[in-house]
Write a protein that binds this ligand. Sequence first.
Ligand code: AMP
Length: 409
Amino acid sequence: MNATPPAGNDRPDQVLVLNSGSSSLKYQLIDMTGGRRLATGLIERIGERTGRVVHTPGEGGERREREERIADHRAALEAAGGELSADGLGLDSPRLAAIGHRVVHGGQSFTRPAVVDESVLAEIERLVPLAPLHNPANLQGIRTAMELRPDLPQVAVFDTAFHTTIPAAAARYAIDVETADAHRVRRYGFHGTSHAYVSRATAALLGKAPEDVDVIVLHLGNGASAAAVRGGRSVETSMGLTPLEGLVMGTRSGDIDPAVIFHLMRVGGMSADEVDELLNKKSGLLGLCGDNDMREIQRRMADGDADARLAFDIYVHRLRKYVGAYFAVLGRLDALVFTAGVGENSAEVREAVVAGLQGLGLAVDAERNAARSGAARLISPSGSRVAVAVVPTDEEMEIANQTYTLVKP
Ligand code: AMP
């Protein structure tokens, strides 16, 4: 064990990024001088009979995995600390400058990351009704980290913050204003850290400043959202009050006539909780064809499976509607960008989304689109009016950067 670095090398230049879920903790330790990942880990099944700890040193080092009971979030963070110490790093290291926490809902209060103090904790708590599954777990992660390293700055980085620039015309629902205000009902948007990172990386790929480009970002993971970003600022996004609105996702329906809900309750005899579960957990690609993994859906399509084909077509149709709508919102476009699990890996989805959109200046080059790569890249033909790009997202690096910007000496 070598938790104490040699004298003279104690500059705090590392950020630990934590993403706390209700029964999981994801962490990454990042060296901010070189933008290098020093370790990545995941602790799952916290509070269950057997938990799982997976730790990978460096970028793609040899992965260690074990099962043991992890009683609570404190035990999870201690387990992460133990794994880091075994690599000569550690929670107790003087190199640690801060801990950056992913927080899902920052409401309208947090337009940028915040160094955590009592008032920040109270405000995140006040937002719990808007994100009842996520904010409590995020808070637990912050409180645990504060217990273990009370001397370190803890920074909250909000998934909603990037979208606080969306104008009222796009953010308000057309419902009674008093009712909406009383219950804080409006469109907040999520995946903001990813949309911020990817839109900036796209500007860099085009050799331009973020202020000089207008882009549509399609974040297509298990959760999925689109964002229209004008000159580096989000002006529209597809998720709303919650992450349920918008695109077809792995298990979420996305847009739906709200009267479907009343219909299912009144005519179908379902409770509010049952409809909530239906639309969030049993819908989307899973509800349509029984699979939520795009790889499996593509395999089934190749075998002539009609349900998988229809699920794919519905998924793509929704995306094309959003691309057209966001083109109109922006009025002009420099790039359409694909990111996250499906966006980065599925040439089929990218091709189908862009097919026939030459009228909007959009096209993909078949060879570029099919080439596999982990790098940010253009997939449109040379000389295209609008670029089409694949830009891998890196939410942890973005959280680390935002955290370090706030605390660096
Ligand atoms: P994420 O939430 O960003 O980790 O994305 C997870 C999703 O990405 C999975 O559920 C898959 O549907 C999708 N995915 C990952 N790899 C591929 C691939 N090679 N082809 C198509 N989809 C993929």
